[in-house]
Design a protein around this ligand. Structure first.
Ligand SMILES: Nc1ncnc2c1ncn2[C@@H]1O[C@H](COP(=O)(O)OP(=O)(O)OP(=O)(O)O)[C@@H](O)[C@H]1O
Ligand SMILES: [Mg+2]
Length: 336
């Protein structure tokens, strides 16, 4: 499968304005998806990120036909759901809300039984066990598996039908750092060696940051950010840090030119955190700051351009969405 065609990514799954609410036991309506729209590019690892209760599992369940949207459309493999759910289900493997296996049987036996449903041969079962790193524990009974081993067997079960699209809901939950790393390596291998498209949810950015090509951030049932990782990183503004002996003069030079310069105390002593004027058309690479200062005989000891991390962008997106929600609440609605 190819990830891109003529620059624009080919889209394997698309959610368009999906709404889903549940009735709670107290008879109240709980909105889980509130106009949820996202796209999954073919051949990518997509990180579906969001805080607890933001709607990740509900969205994935809707894709798998385990939750029926109230409104909106979901298309996958060019087919519309739920009408073509069976067609799509044959091409998808999923691990949602923990796997169910028989405790008294070995990992291999559990997987073999599942494989029979999908016509998987014994060597394919062995291959999948090797892929998830369980070949050494294949003949131990499932009840004796650690949490990480259980998660791996769950992923193996999702892979046994040789899917084109793998959907994993919080597969890194409860894993130790070594196992998280192993899971990331596995997802990359599945993408690179088997051409799979992978959707992996998490509420911890660092868990999926290193493996995702594409990031979708969900908040209160709505997608607040849906973009490729390079695009996101380019979107984030970099931060300039200037270390000077005479911070007072440096600050006045910069503020005279419309820059914001906030004094701070960093690991290397006193510094100024500098932001270019909002009117500046391109991000600053620091040369403008250096020129302004040296023209006034202020020579920085150090000037660092710190580019925004995905975490900065995540936090900024969440804050912007919260601010927009607060504004919408304050403003009276017209015509809706
Ligand atoms: N079966 C259900 N009945 C009632 N409410 C539900 C049901 N399933 C989900 N919800 C509610 O819908 C919202 C979204 O839940 P969902 O499980 O999709 O979130 P999530 O992002 O997966 O959270 P987490 O990170 O904790 O797994 C929550 O407010 C949740 O309480
Ligand atoms: Mg969930």
């Amino acid at each position: 499968m190819t990830g891109t065609e003529g620059g624009a990514p080919e889209i394997l799954v698309r959610f368009d304005q999906v709404f889903k609410s549940f009735r709670t036991s107290r008879g109240r309506r709980q909105v889980a998806l509130d106009g949820f729209s996202m796209s999954v590019p073919t051949g990518a690892v997509v990180g579906l990120l969001g805080p607890n209760g933001s709607g990740k599992t509900t969205a994935l369940k809707a894709l798998l036909g385990l939750a029926r949207p109230d409104r909106g459309t979901i298309t996958a493999f060019g087919r519309e759901l739920p009408a073509d759910q069976r067609f799509v289900a044959r091409r998808m493997g999923a691990l949602i809300e923990g796997p169910a296996f028989t405790g008294s049987l070995t990992g291999e036996h559990n997987l073999r039984l599942l494989g029979e449903l999908h016509g998987a041969r014994r060597d394919e079962v062995a291959d999948v066990l090797e892929l998830v790193g369980l070949d050494g524990a294949a003949h131990r009974s499932y009840s004796g598996y650690s949490l990480g081993m259980k998660q791996r067997l769950g992923v193996a079960a999702a892979l046994i039908s040789r899917p084109d699209l793998l959907v994993l809901d919080e597969p890194m939950n409860g894993l130790d750092p070594e196992a998280v790393r192993h899971m990331r390596e596995l997802l990359k291998r599945l993408r690179d060696e088997r051409g799979m498209t992978v959707v992996v949810s998490s509420h911890i950015l660092s868990e999926v940051e290193l493996v995702s090509d594409w990031v979708t951030i969900v908040r209160n049932g709505r997608v607040i950010c849906d973009a490729s990782v390079p695009e996101l990183l380019a979107r984030g503004t970099s931060r300039l840090v200037v270390r000077v002996h005479d911070a007072v003069t440096a600050r006045s030079v910069l503020t005279d030119h419309g820059y914001t310069a906030v004094p701070a105390f960093g690991p290397a002593g006193a510094e100024l955190q500098v932001e270019p004027p909002a009117t500046r058309p391109t991000p600053s690479d620091g040369s403008d700051v250096l020129r302004l200062l040296t023209e006034r005989d202020v020579y920085p000891r150090e000037l660092v351009v710190e580019s925004a991390s995905l975490e900065d962008i995540y936090v900024a997106a969440v804050r912007a969405a919260d601010a927009a929600t607060a504004t919408a609440r304050q403003e009276p609605r017209h015509g809706t």
